[in-house]
Design a protein around this ligand. Structure first.
Ligand SMILES: Cc1ncc(COP(=O)(O)O)c(C=O)c1O
Length: 407
C-alpha cells in the first residue's frame, strides 16, 4: 500500500501571538545580503557583534571550566556559587535577597518565558511600557494573557506617564513591568519615577517586575535599582550577563524574588518546577559568570566611554537628517528617532524602514514593532558600531531621505 500525506500540518493558535520585529527585519537583511547587498546592521542589540569583545578573563574562566570537566548538568536553580555572587551583588543595592531566592536562567529570555508561564492565566493583564522590549508582550499573549500598555512620553525623555499607568490598572491586572534603562528608548528613570511605579504596584497589590539588564550602561544620571525601593511590594527582578559582561551568545541570566519565602512562595515554587523541566542552565558558562561578577569592571567603563562617544556622534548626525529628531538616551545603546512621515511617500514607520533597508542596506527596526500605540513613527537603531560605520550609515540615511523627500 502506498501512503500519501496531504494537507498542511496545523499549529497551536497561540503561535500566532508571537512576534519579534527585531529578528523579522533581520530575515530580510539576510536575504538581501545573500544577493550581494552590503548590509549595515544597526538592528540587533549585540555589542559582541561589533568591537566590544568578551573580556579575556571571562573567556579564560569558561575555557578552564570546560577543560576541568565542569561539563555536567548542574542544579536546576543554578550553581550555588553563582547564586551567592549574585546575592552579594544585590546586597550592594541595599537588597536582602538570599541565594535561595535567585534562579539562574539561560538568558533573561528564558526567564521571561518561565515567569510569564508561571504568572499569566487566560485573561490576566500585565502592564507593560510602550514602547517596550517585545519579548514580554509576545510571551504574555502566548500564555493567553493581555499585555496592557502604559504610555511613556517622548517629550519627557520617554519617562512613564504615571497617571496613564495608574488608569490602566483593572481587576485583572496581575503585574506591572518596568524596564530601566529602557529598550528601545534608552530612557533612564530617576528615583522619583521608580518610586511612583513601585507605589502603584504596592497600592494595587500587583507584582512589580523589573528588568534591569542595562543597569551598568549609564551615560548621565544615576541608576536606581527598583529593588532598593521595593519595601512593601511583591517584587521580581530580572538581570543577566549579555550586555555589561558581553556574553550575549553564552545565554545566561537570572530571576530574583524579594520575600520568596513568604508572599511569593507559590510563584517561586512554580518557577522552580519550570526550572526542573528545562533541567539546568549552562554549567561552564555559570562558572564564567562567577568570574565576571568577581572580576575587574574595567571593560564596562571602557564600553560606556566608547558608547557615549558613539551616541553623541549619532545624535549630531540625526540632527542633520531632514525628517528625523531624537531624544538623548541616558542608558543602554539604542536611539529611537522620530520620523516625521507627514507629506512623505511612506504611510508607516515599517514602510520607511523596509525601503531604507532595500535601497541602502542600512538595517534598523520599525518603532511600531515595540508598541503600535506609542512606538509608531519611530525607528530603533543601535549605536554600537565604530564611528566610521556609523558615519557611513548616516550618509546613506541622509541621501535616502533627500532622494525621496523635498521640503
Ligand atoms: C530589556 C531586555 N530584556 C531582556 C533581553 C534579553 O536578554 P538575554 O540575552 O539575557 O536573553 C534584552 C535583549 O536585548 C533586553 O533588551
Amino acid at each position: 500500500m502506498v501512503w500519501c500525506v496531504v494537507g498542511l500540518v496545523g499549529v497551536a493558535a497561540r503561535v500566532g501571538e508571537v512576534e519579534y520585529a527585531i529578528r523579522e527585519v533581520a530575515a530580510l537583511a539576510a536575504k538581501l545580503s545573500k544577493s550581494g547587498v552590503k548590509i549595515i546592521p544597526l538592528n540587533i542589540g549585540d555589542p559582541v557583534k561589533f568591537d566590544f569583545k568578551t573580556p579575556t578573563y571571562i573567556k579564560e574562566a569558561l575555557v578552564k571550566a570546560v577543560l576541568e570537566d565542569q561539563n555536567m548538568y548542574g542544579p536546576s536553580e543554578g550553581l550555588p556559587e553563582l547564586r551567592k555572587a549574585i546575592s552579594e551583588r544585590l546586597s550592594g543595592f541595599g537588597a536582602d535577597i538570599v541565594e535561595d531566592d535567585i534562579i539562574i536562567t539561560n538568558g533573561i529570555s528564558e526567564g521571561i518565558q518561565m515567569l510569564t508561564g508561571v504568572l499569566v492565566e487566560a485573561g490576566d493583564e500585565v502592564l507593560v511600557p510602550s514602547p517596550s522590549y517585545p519579548s514580554y508582550n509576545a510571551y504574555i499573549r502566548f500564555y493567553g494573557g493581555k499585555a496592557v500598555s502604559y504610555r511613556t512620553v517622548e517629550e519627557d525623555g520617554w519617562a512613564p506617564d504615571i497617571e496613564h499607568l495608574r488608569s490602566r490598572v483593572s481587576k485583572r491586572t496581575k503585574a506591572v513591568l518596568l524596564i530601566n534603562p529602557n529598550n528601545p528608548t534608552g530612557a533612564l528613570y530617576d528615583a522619583k519615577t521608580v518610586k511612583e511605579v513601585v507605589q502603584i504596584a504596592a497600592e494595587n497589590n500587583l507584582i512589580l517586575i523589573a528588568d534591569e539588564i542595562y543597569d551598568e550602561i549609564i551615560f548621565e544620571g544615576s541608576f536606581t535599582p527598583a529593588v532598593s525601593l521595593a519595601k512593601d511590594v511583591n517584587f521580581i527582578g530580572l538581570n543577566g550577563f549579555s550586555k555589561a559582561h558581553l556574553m550575549t551568545g553564552w545565554r545566561l541570566g537570572y530571576i530574583y524574588l524579594k520575600d520568596g519565602e513568604s508572599r511569593l512562595k507559590e510563584v517561586k515554587e512554580g518557577l522552580l518546577r519550570l526550572a526542573r523541566v528545562r533541567l539546568c542552565p549552562n554549567t561552564p558558562v555559570q562558572k564564567a559568570a562567577v568570574a565576571a561578577l568577581r572580576g575587574s569592571r574595567e571593560h564596562i567603563q571602557d564600553m560606556v566611554k566608547r558608547l557615549r562617544e558613539r551616541r553623541d556622534f549619532s545624535l549630531k548626525a540625526i540632527e542633520e537628517v531632514e525628517l528625523l529628531s531624537s531624544t538623548t538616551p541616558n542608558g543602554a545603546f539604542y536611539l529611537f528617532p522620530k520620523i516625521n512621515l507627514k507629506g512623505t511617500k511612506w504611510a508607516t514607520d515599517k514602510e520607511f524602514v523596509l525601503d531604507l533597508l532595500r535601497e541602502t542596506g542600512v538595517t534598523v527596526v520599525h518603532g511600531s514593532g515595540f508598541g503600535e500605540d506609542y512606538g509608531s513613527n519611530h525607528f530603533r537603531m543601535v549605536f554600537l558600531p565604530p564611528l566610521d560605520v556609523l558615519g557611513e550609515a548616516f550618509e546613506k540615511i541622509k541621501k535616502f531621505v533627500k532622494t525621496h523627500y523635498r521640503s
